[in-house]
Design a protein around this ligand. Structure first.
Ligand code: FAD
Length: 417
């Protein structure tokens, strides 16, 4: 048997979504030798693998755009402008600011960000094991087409969305018995002429006309969320929901197949509208959009009441502005805006896992009750919590684990606290 390949880093980040990229870049810029491990062949997470084409959570709710996230997330937006048309804030029908972008630009922009920051990226590598000694992770095992290899590091960041690293390391999971939020298929639809006004009412009429026996998943009765893409006039549409555990191959396979069949049934109905005869499903991501799976137990779990009241804390590392957007019932999302000054603080304790001392949490894995989670999971906030986790881990390795050092460093990097 060939010996296993071995690599050694200061910090290993699992997951190359918004949070993982920001974590890796932040840590590398503080001098750490960083590995960023991602199972797909590109970075971006849901932005690129699930066709989630608007960055939310960057701007406060309100009549004019005002930034709530700075630092690496904002830098990425600037980088995106180099590849496609400028990323501009758009006010959504429910009065939230969203930033539409082209996922292909996001792949390239994220590449250039990590390359410029000297992050060692390991694409096409899935982390499948964690070796734990006492209260520390010592190394990971990842698998690629060449086989398995180990990555040893002094600190680790779980930016896997699904809490995969935390689960492998034996971190307890919160809310494990509760049902998960619905997943959704996001698609690009081409061939709907620009002079046809496409809004929710238009889409709802089509959804209601689709024969029920052609929709094994759930078509949103309200028509779902739609946006004309600025670059080519195609529609970005999110109108097919389904329940899945989000982690097992059997459940995910069934969900993918049912959602695809339902999206095609919708397009067939759309083609019956005068002018839309050439409408077609022009694309979907490599995977279904998974909102919620595991919740690793953090040292501080942000409560739903904290989120709804817009609570401030003494140790903030980021701000969450997106409404509490629950998807308890497939096809029927609900949204409640954040109270107080329109944001809640994400405290330093919520980016630290329990039980494992050298594990930080970023993006969807940040410690929160499910309502608070439904706000902070958006990608703008994910960049901010990722930057905080990467910075905290790098400072800890430098022997500077105290909050004032983290705060000062984040502010220095342009974070908004
Ligand atoms: C249908 C849907 C619509 C949404 N709409 C919006 C929206 O419009 N705007 C918005 O801002 N947010 C939206 N969100 C939320 C947002 O997309 C996610 O919550 C966000 O992407 C989370 O970022 P993350 O970096 O924590 O995780 P992710 O983006 O999920 O990235 C995690 C990464 O980790 C990788 N990974 C996982 N396990 C492993 C492993 N074991 N080894 C290696 N790599 C691994 C994955 O491949 C993935 O790339 C939506 C989500 C869904 C599902």
């Amino acid at each position: 048997m060939r010996p296993m390949r071995k690599e050694r880093f200061d910090i290993a980040v699992v997951g190359g979504g918004s949070a993982g990229v920001a974590a890796a870049v932040a840590a590398a810029r503080l001098g750490a030798k960083v590995a960023l491990i991602e199972r797909y062949g590109f970075l971006g997470g849901a932005a690129t693998h699930s066709f989630v084409m608007t960055y939310d959570g960057f701007l406060y709710r309100g009549d004019r755009p005002q930034w709530a996230v700075g630092g690496i997330g904002r830098e990425l937006l600037g980088e995106l402008d180099r590849f496609a048309s400028k990323v501009e804030p758009v006010l959504s029908p429910n009065k939230n600011w969203v930033l539409p972008f082209n996922p292909e630009s996001a792949k390239a922009a994220l590449d250039s960000l990590v390359i410029r920051s000297a992050v060692s990226t390991r694409l096409h590598a899935t982390v499948v094991e964690a070796s734990v000694s006492g209260d520390r992770i010592v190394s990971l095992v990842a698998a690629d087409h060449a086989g398995r290899f180990t990555i040893a590091a002094d600190a680790f960041i779980d930016a896997s969305g699904e809490g995969n690293l935390s689960a492998l390391a034996g971190v307890p999971m919160a809310f494990a018995e509760e049902p998960r939020y619905a997943a959704s298929l996001c698609v690009r639809i081409a061939g709907v002429p620009q002079d046809i006004a496409v809004d929710r009412a238009f889409l709802a009429r089509i959804c209601s006309a689709v024969p029920a026996d052609e929709t094994p998943a759930i078509l949103r009765a309200d028509g779902g969320f739609v946006l004309r893409l600025p670059e080519n006039g195609d529609l970005w549409w999110m109108g097919v929901d389904i329940l899945t555990d989000g982690v097992s191959s059997a459940s995910l396979s069934e969900a993918e197949q049912k959602c695809r069949a339902t999206a095609w049934a919708f397009v067939r109905q759309l083609r019956r509208v005068a002018g839309c005869e050439r409408a077609t499903l022009a694309g979907s991501g490599p995977q279904l959009g998974i909102r919620e799976t595991r919740h690793p137990q953090a040292r501080y779990m942000i409560s739903d009441a904290d989120a709804l009241a817009g609570r401030r804390v003494d140790t903030p590392v980021a701000r969450a502005v997106w409404p509490v957007e629950r998807h308890d019932t497939p096809g029927k999302p609900t949204m409640v805006p954040i109270g107080g000054d329109g944001f809640f603080d994400i405290p330093a304790g919520s980016i630290r896992a329990t039980r494992i001392d050298n594990l930080w949490l970023a993006g969807r894995t940040v410690g929160a009750e499910r309502g608070a989670f439904s706000s902070l999971r958006v990608m703008g906030t994910g960049f901010a919590t990722g930057q905080a986790a990467g910075t905290a881990a790098a400072l800890a390795l430098q022997g500077r684990p105290e909050y004032p050092a983290l705060r000062a460093t984040l502010l220095d990097q342009g974070a908004i606290l």
